[in-house]
Design a protein around this ligand. Structure first.
Ligand code: ADP
Ligand code: MG
Length: 249
């Protein structure tokens, strides 16, 4: 396998806490990898390094062979990496549609295309956002301000915004957090469909084990900054160390 995402020896320290201790992770093109582990294992910190929000103390992150850590953070999205956050970060002053449009900005008029599509850009962007909203069952809320929407809806808006960028690598941080069991499984189904339709690579952090088991072909488990398992889902789910770390997951 030629990895699309290659993480090696990733080490992050916060004072006396080692959040990640020489962690490696590979993801091939089109793979769906589950990243599991108890709270404080280092999962979100790993995503922060892949998106260059955080510069690790040591280690490498390569995407398509390119050194991500050498890029300024704002260029990482342009490489084809999109993420969501554990706590949804929508723009409260914008409507649901406008939030999704911010994710799809590369479909807007920029550079050469600005000249070519000056008048058309906004309309195309809106149409693209509406297609994504429709996929996520959010079209009816397109004009609704993102303020004051229920938590579960905000989570979906944030995922829709990430998907609108048509990333080649999608990093989802606890997408089912705060969702009911039915809503969570519907979301897993939708992400699976999007994956089959686009072939994008997905790394998903999730505590909801049915969600992970249904969606991911491979699981990586972290515990206190160490990788304790990495393999096919059917193997890792039975690993006693993983079961102990994740409390019977
Ligand atoms: P997870 O997402 O697996 O729950 P995190 O990556 O959020 O874990 O955190 C890993 C460890 O790093 C935890 O011990 C956490 O307290 C610590 N940590 C994370 N972010 C910071 C920060 N900004 N400052 C200090 N410690 C942090
Ligand atoms: Mg986290």
């Amino acid at each position: 396998m030629v990895p699309m995402l290659e993480i090696g020896r990733l080490t992050v320290r916060f004072g006396g806490v080692t959040a990640l201790d020489a962690v490696g992770l590979l993801a091939g093109p089109g793979e769906v990898v589950g990243l599991i582990g108890p709270n404080g294992a280092g999962k979100s910190t790993l995503f922060d390094c892949v998106t260059r929000r955080r510069v690790p103390d040591d280690g490498v992150v390569r995407f398509d062979g390119q050194d991500v850590l050498a890029q300024p953070p704002h260029l990482v999205a342009g490489c084809g990496i999109a993420r969501t956050f554990q706590h949804p970060t929508v723009f409260p002053g914008l409507s649901v549609r406008e939030n999704v449009m911010t994710g799809a900005h590369r479909f807007g008029a920029a550079g050469f295309w600005r000249a070519a599509f000056a008048r058309d850009g906004e309309r195309r962007l809106r149409a693209h956002a509406d297609r994504v909203l429709d996929l996520f069952g959010l079209l009816g809320l397109g004009d609704h301000p993102a303020d004051g929407l229920p938590y579960g809806v905000l989570k979906r808006v944030e995922i829709a915004r990430a998907v609108a960028a048509e990333p080649r690598l999608l990093l989802l941080d606890e997408p089912a957090g705060g969702l009911g069991p039915e809503e969570a499984m519907a979301l897993a189904g939708l992400i699976g469909e999007l994956h089959r339709a686009t072939g994008m690579t997905v790394v998903v952090v999730e505590h909801h084990m049915e969600f992970v088991l249904g969606l991911c072909e491979r699981i990586v488990c972290l515990d206190l900054g160490h990788k304790i398992a990495d393999g096919p889902t059917y193997v890792v789910r039975r690993d006693p160390a993983v079961i102990a770390a994740c409390l019977g997951a």
